[in-house]
Design a protein around this ligand. Sequence first.
Ligand code: MN
Ligand code: MN
Length: 457
Amino acid sequence: MQRQDAEKLELKKPYSIPTNEAEFQKVEAFIKGYRHFIDNAKTERTAVNYTEGEALANGFKPYTFGQKLKTGDRICYVNHEKSVFFAVIGKKPLDEGCRIIASHIDSPRLDLKPQPLYENSGIAYFKTHYYGGIKKYQWTAIPLELHGVVYRADGTRVDINIGADANDPVFYISDLMPHIGKDQMSKVASEFVPGESLNLINGSLPIDEDGGVKLKVLSILNEKYGITERDLITAELTAVPAIMSREVGFDRALISAYGHDDRICAYPSLRALIDGDVPEHTSIVMLADKEEIGSYGVSGLFSETYVDFIHSLCDATGADFYACKRGSVCLSADVGGAYDPCYADAYEALNSAYLHKGVVISKYTGNRGKGGCSDASAETISKVTRIFDEEGVVWQVGEYGKVDQGGAGTVAADIAHYGIEVIDCGVPLFSMHSVNELASKYDIYEMYKASTAFFKS
Ligand code: MN
Ligand code: MN
C-alpha cells in the first residue's frame, strides 16, 4: 500500500469551526440565545423557569401523570421545581424505545447554611456550605449573586434573585492581603481558604448608635421580603458568581461563563427538541438537578421520578414500559475536560478532547480503573457515532485526564441503572468547575447539531 492510501486509513479529527459565512451567522445567532439563557439561569430553579417558559412559548403543554398522549404531542413536566422533563411523542410506538438526552442544570456554588446570619466585628455575614466540587480560593474577592426561595412562617413563598442586575448590590467573601499572608501562602491550596471562611458579607451598617449590624440586615430583609430569622431556616439560597458570559480572544471564538457545566448541554438539547419536527422515536430531554452532589435527592436522576415519567408516557400511549426501556438509547449529555496545554501533566494528549473539535464522546468516566462509571459498550459507541456521521456532526473522543489522575461521574450510571443504553457525550471545557468556565462557540453549536441528529435517528 502506498503512503497516500495508508493516510486515508487514519482517524480524521476535523474542526467544528464553520467553513462558510452563512454557518458562522447561524452559530452567532445560536450563541446569542445560549448566552441569554446562561446569564439568566444560574441555578437549577431559574433554569427550570427559563426552559419551561421557552417550551411553553413553543407549543409545549404541561403534562400531568395519568393523561393520554398521541403522536406529535409536545409536553413538559416540572419535578419539584428543580428538574424538568420535556418530550415530543414520536411516530413509532414507545414499545420501540425513545431517544433521551439527559443533562444537568445544577452547578458548583455556595449554599447558605440553615442558620446563616451572624455578625462579627461590625460586619454581617451569611455562613455557607459549598455545593459540588470547587476550588474554594476562587470564591473570594469576586462579586456574588444570591438566588433562591424562602418560606415565611405562614407558608407563603418569597423568591429572591439579587445581584444579576447592574443596579443590584452584590455579596462578597474577603481574602487575606498577600502582605500578611505568610502563614496562609505556605499551606496547600485545598486548605488555604477553609470552608468555614467562605462567609458572605451582606451588611456593615449598625441599626443604631449601640451597634447591631445583624439587626440592621434583619430589618432590611423584613421590609423588603417580609421574612424573619426563623424563615431563613427554610431558605434555599445560593451564592453564584456575578459574572456574565463574555466572548474571549481577539477572534471572539470562545465563551467564558459561570455554569457552562452543564447548561451548555441542556440548552442545545432542548433547542433541538423545540426546533425539530415530529420524530420517529419519542424524544425526551431531561434537565436534572443534584448531579454535582451525586444525583441523590428527589430532583436528581438517581431518583425514580425520571423512569416514572417514561413509564407514564408508555401508559399514556398504550405502550409496554419494559419494551420501551429495552429499546431506548440515552445520551448522558455532560461536559468533558478539554486538553489544556498549560496543565499538560494532568492529561494524556492522545485520548483527550480538544476545543473546536466538536462534541466529545466518552466511553467511560469514573476514577481509578473506571470506578463508578457505566462504561458504554462497543455497540453503543458504534450506534451513536454512525448517527453523528450520517448527519455530519463533528465529534471526538476524550477521557477526563490521565490514568489515576482523578476522575468524574455523570448521570450515565443512573440511567444505566434502569437498564437503558447510555453513553456520555457533551461539550469540552477549559477550567471546569471554576467560577468562570471556558468553551468553544462552535462546539456548543455542534452539541445542538448532535442533539438534532440523535432525535432524528
Ligand atoms: Mn456536569
Ligand atoms: Mn460538574
